[in-house]
Design a protein around this ligand. Structure first.
Ligand code: GLU
Length: 299
């Protein structure tokens, strides 16, 4: 195992919109391995900012699923639903520096442009309507450049992305602001998550820069496809992973293969502790391949 690196803090940040499936397990596992292989801390943050999307009890299911796979987190899990004051303070800072503005435009009005064209940047067009708050992407860092540990140098022109929503018209917080505030507040140094979130990173980098937060390292993990060639997700009915550690064994073996590990066949039914110990010894993020993996081909 690599020497202990005390300054590594990683996290798994699921939206509790349902139980974890193989795709979300691979993200949790990759992030856990990356942290634990260097003796780092690993946090669990429940991103429950959108209550209508989060059935009651889904968070407990996720906690039981992680425990069944031996993915223990440090300290208490954080719940974003309790963090409104911190998000409000960050929004107010952005407003003070002219980086956030109210907007009452409806999606229908702007969708033919592909992204919101920034009509309300100087003056709200529809002050009589409920207002969302948007980021002034045109005033943020540009281009946004970062070095992904797997996908290499990334370069985005934020003006092509549109001004992202920070707080919704209905008063709910948006993912982009909440994730950045909590990653900074929790001292997260390393973000390891699925490839599907890579294109959210430019807004997050702009927000980090605007709020004076440090830049975390990023490792986006290879995309995992279902039998239909689409991203494995609840939408294409990826089945929930089990909540007991006996049934977890063969799925952990499979998830490790999705992370380009080659666990011995004899470990397929080994305890999750034994499989994880072996995986920690073999964790080599530098040799991950960036191409999508098909989950179905491994079953
Ligand atoms: N909550 C987000 C999701 O479940 C992930 C957040 C992140 O890892 O940045 O898709």
């Amino acid at each position: 195992m690599s020497p202990v690196t005390m300054n590594y803090i990683g996290r798994f940040a699921p939206t509790p919109s349902g139980p974890l499936h193989l795709g979300s397990l691979a993200a949790a596992l990759g992030s856990w391995l990356d942290a634990r292989a260097v003796g780092g801390r690993w946090l669990l943050r429940i991103e429950d900012i959108d209550p209508p999307r989060c059935p009651p009890g889904a968070d407990d299911t996720i906690r039981r699923q992680l425990a069944a796979f031996g993915l223990e987190w440090d300290g208490e899990a954080r719940y974003q639903s309790r963090r409104g004051d911190a998000y409000q303070a960050a929004l107010e800072r952005l407003i003070d520096i002219g980086m956030a503005y109210p907007c009452g435009c409806s999606r229908q009005e702007w969708q033919r442009y592909g992204h919101y064209p920034g009509w309300c940047r100087e003056t709200p067009r529809h002050p009589e309507r409920p207002q969302a708050w948007r980021l002034r992407g045109d005033l943020g860092i540009n281009p946004v450049i970062w070095n992904d540990r797997l996908f290499g140098e990334q370069r985005f022109d934020p003006t092509a992305l549109g001004d992202v929503v920070l707080k919704r018209k209905d008063g709910l917080w948006a993912y982009q602001l909440a994730v950045v505030v909590d990653d900074a507040d929790q001292g997260v140094t390393d973000i390891v998550r699925g490839f599907d979130l890579l294109d959210n990173t430019p807004w997050q980098r702009q927000l980090q820069a605007a709020l004076g937060y440090p830049e975390p390292r990023y490792l986006h993990l290879p995309l995992i496809l279902g039998d239909d060639g689409q991203k494995l997700s609840k939408q294409n009915l990826a089945p929930p992973i089990p909540q007991d550690s006996d049934s977890a064994r063969p799925l952990l073996h499979q998830a490790l293969q999705l992370l380009d590990q080659q666990p011995a066949e004899s470990l397929r039914l080994a305890s999750v502790e034994e499989q994880l110990a072996e995986a920690l010894d073999n964790w080599a993020p530098a040799s991950l391949t960036a191409t999508p993996t098909r989950a179905g081909s491994l079953v």
